[in-house]
Ligand binder design. Structure first.
Ligand code: HEM
Length: 484
């Protein structure tokens, strides 16, 4: 089976756009008092500052700039003073000593609308609401137990993906299938069923899919143009499906049905959990209004769908580039599952090599290569530099994952490199940060990896894959690559 690479760069999530905050650019100085700024990245132009240097793939441009100017780099992005962290060494220093000071999020204009006024986790400023909502997210919505309860949902959706590919496969010998789109559909469907239960049908799956596509494309637009602090706002925010939009309508309908008791599901869906929390007097400030619930639902859709899909597609791409790794992963899954016909979740424990493959793919291709932007909540000193409160912070996960100081042959795809260290403690390991670091790191790791592993295991078990002739999968071999 072949698949199309054309959409690959849609899977890279560049940083967000924000409301601009005017600041003096001469703010970052040696605390020793020397009149010296953190290495300002090369040529700073009037008004736009270093913006013109950022380019189409900011994580790559910033990595190249960091190679010249150092792993703790200051940029003036338009009117926004920004610090970029590009090595494990600096990330360790920052997040071990100053996790709290770096736990803020900038107020993102479009995000405010998407999240019903920042009543969510991902975009919320650091503070009491964020703390409460995140705690409940981790305990009630995204815990290992809750994620396990969605096992049936995942297995059904993956079986449906396999059936669709089988239907398309005979005719695909001359025209490749668009696997990217199909994989996004699966991650969308799993999230949707976990969130809404039977409400997915109520909302109408076609309509819901359209809204989700719209949500992702608006978000993509916001993120893609994210480094242009002012210009990006109008075109994206106007379409952002927040309050009063189509998605809002779907949420209202599904919540209404749940309240009437008309939406039941065997696993207990996320809307049910959120409505239960709404009745709890101790949770009133966090879950008391419908906007709270809708904001949190949006978080799950935004954060959980494209990130997981990107991981699947990049992993398959690396396997195509590395046929011997593909053969080993495929042998592992086929030996473990035998003639059962499909990989079930219980089989995943027997696939240690596949886990290494996914880790390696996340190292080389973090789906959010600059994570989600942070903002300092207070002034602090890092590496002898003073960084003021409200400085924008990007952590370049791509640069960190490919830093030669941490990784030998960093550009090579070598899953075995993860075999000696046991399981990676995501969020605590500074050499590889696809899920971020510290207290704002991703709370959805279990949920995301569960679907990534099941989809990949089934794709390897059920099909033989090869790259389309004439479309190189070597480095720099085609227009589909080069973005992460
Ligand atoms: C392979 C899949 C995923 C990847 C690579 C990923 C990556 C990330 C990254 C890089 C961040 C920013 C962390 C930081 O600022 O340090 C993040 C935050 C977040 N993710 Fe994920 N994510 C994935 C799946 C999910 C899923 C499935 C969910 C929920 C269903 C989710 C929910 C969130 C939330 C709510 C936040 C915001 C956390 C906060 O600000 O406190 N993610 N994720």
């Amino acid at each position: 089976i072949e698949f199309q690479f054309g959409k690959m760069d849609e899977f890279v999530l560049p940083p967000f756009e924000s409301r601009s905050i005017f600041r003096d650019k001469d703010i970052i100085r040696y605390t020793a008092g020397k009149e010296e700024e953190i290495e300002a990245a090369a040529v700073e132009a009037p008004v736009v500052g270093n913006l013109h240097q950022v380019g189409k793939n900011p994580h790559l441009t910033l990595r190249a700039l960091a190679e010249r100017h150092g792993p703790l780099m200051f940029l003036q992005l338009g009117s926004i003073p920004t610090v970029v962290i590009s090595s494990a060494h600096v990330a360790r220093e920052v997040f071990r000593a100053h996790d709290l000071a770096f736990a803020g999020r900038p107020t993102l204009y479009a995000a405010e609308r998407l999240s019903y006024g920042l009543w969510d986790v991902g975009f919320a400023p650091h503070g009491e609401h964020w703390r409460q909502a995140r705690k409940v997210f981790m305990v009630e919505l995204l815990s290992a137990k809750r994620v396990r309860s969605f096992r049936g949902v995942r297995e059904r959706e993956v079986a449906s993906l396999v059936a669709s590919i089988r239907r398309l496969a005979p005719s695909s010998s001359s025209s490749p299938i668009d696997l990217s789109r199909m994989v996004v559909s699966v991650t969308n469907a799993v999230t949707c069923r976990a969130a809404f239960g039977g409400g997915c049908e109520t909302a109408g799956s076609g309509r819901l899919r359209w809204v989700m596509d719209e949500l992702q494309s608006v978000l993509g637009g916001v993120l893609r143009r994210g480094l242009l602090p002012v210009v990006a706002v109008d075109s994206c925010v106007g379409r952002a499906p927040g309050k009063g939009g189509e998605l809002d309508d779907i949420y209202s309908q599904v919540i209404e049905e749940h309240l009437r008791g008309g939406c039941t599901s065997d696993h207990g869906d996320l809307v049910q959990v959120l409505l239960r929390l709404r009745e709890d007097p101790t949770q009133r400030n966090t879950f008391g209004s419908m906007d709270h619930i809708k904001g949190l639902l949006t978080d799950i859709f935004i954060a959980g769908t494209d990130t997981s899909a990107a991981t699947i597609i990049w992993t398959l791409t690396e396997l195509l580039r590395n046929p011997s790794v593909m053969a080993r992963a495929q042998k592992e899954v086929r030996d473990a599952v035998g003639k059962k016909g499909a990989v079930e979740e219980t089989d995943l424990h027997d696939l240690p090599f596949l886990k290494l493959v996914i880790n390696e793919s996340l190292r080389l291709h973090p789906p959010a290569p600059l994570l989600v932007p942070r903002e300092t909540t207070e002034a602090c000193a890092v590496g002898g530099y003073e960084i003021p409160a409200r400085t924008r912070v990007f952590v370049n996960a791509k640069a960190i994952g490919t830093d030669p100081a941490s990784w030998s042959n960093p550009q090579e795809f070598q899953p075995e490199r993860f075999s000696s260290g046991g399981d990676v403690r995501w969020g605590e390991c500074f050499e590889v940060v696809p899920f971020g670091v510290g207290r704002r790191s991703c709370p959805g790791i279990n949920f995301g990896l569960a679907v990534v592993e099941l989809v990949l295991a089934n794709l390897l078990y059920c099909f033989d894959w090869e790259a389309r002739l004439g479309r190189g999968v070597g480095r720099g071999g085609g227009d589909w690559i080069g973005s992460a």
